[in-house]
Ligand binder design. Sequence first.
Ligand code: SF4
Length: 301
Amino acid sequence: MSAIEPPATRREEKLAYERNKLHKRLLRQAGQAIADFGMIEAGDRVMVCLSGGKDSHALLDLLITLRSRAPVAFDLVAVNLDQKQPGFPADVLPRYLASRGVPFHVENQDTYSIVTRVIPQGRTLCSLCSRLRRGILYRVADELGATKIALGHHRDDILETFFLNLFFGGKLEAMPPKLVSDDGRHIVIRPLAYAKEEDLAGFAQWREFPIIPCNLCGSQENLKRREIKQLLRDWERRFPGRVENAFAALGRLTPSHLMDRERFDFAGLRATGEPMPGGDIAFDADPALDAPVRPPDRDPP
Ligand code: SF4
């Protein structure tokens, strides 16, 4: 007769199973994003920007694993920018990176003094801080011979940016998974573009990454972004599938059914007399809108 398994062991097994599933999902999503957008090629030297937050830690961890399994050879170099914020624990990331065996560079630049001197008290420091950080990271990428700069932005960052632009900026624009930097000299990639923030938070907790909060400087997150974040969280809870659909829509643009005259030649549009696949059905109901709401995709995309 076999002994009854103690509940603690079953709980541990379940937890190990869930963590393994989460890890596989994140690896698959990062691998898929890299492949879909041609983010990494053979011979690339990828500079991973490690702020010390959960997302950049997860990015580095996943890239280390993907690198060991990738069909093409590429290098990784982690870069942390020590902005001299009060209380920044300068020894934490070097110690962690050395333990992971990843080549790394710590760039010391006191941007904290600059932003606190230039920005009046009570105003948010983040936009100047980000601009300064960007310039420094581009220079460091040159110095390290990096061919790609990898950032830890994820699906929720992309959606938040999309809705911020829609509601407050009056334009359809999100955060691209791959882009040329504004100085025209670097390729910036976001391998976590398909990953959910919630998954990254769970992963970071499980792996016990040494997290360093971004807001040691005391600055607050932009209020509008916080509002959008809350809205998306609320939608996710009340309308399963809505956020997934909104995200999927970013990859399915139909310029002829929007109103941007630069993207579609409305003035030159003529009836050809031939049926057009994808042509407008004008006054008919749209079957896509009448369809029942899709249940949430457990493992998107
Ligand atoms: S929270 Fe502080 S360190 Fe982070 S981006 Fe804003 S100003 Fe910079």
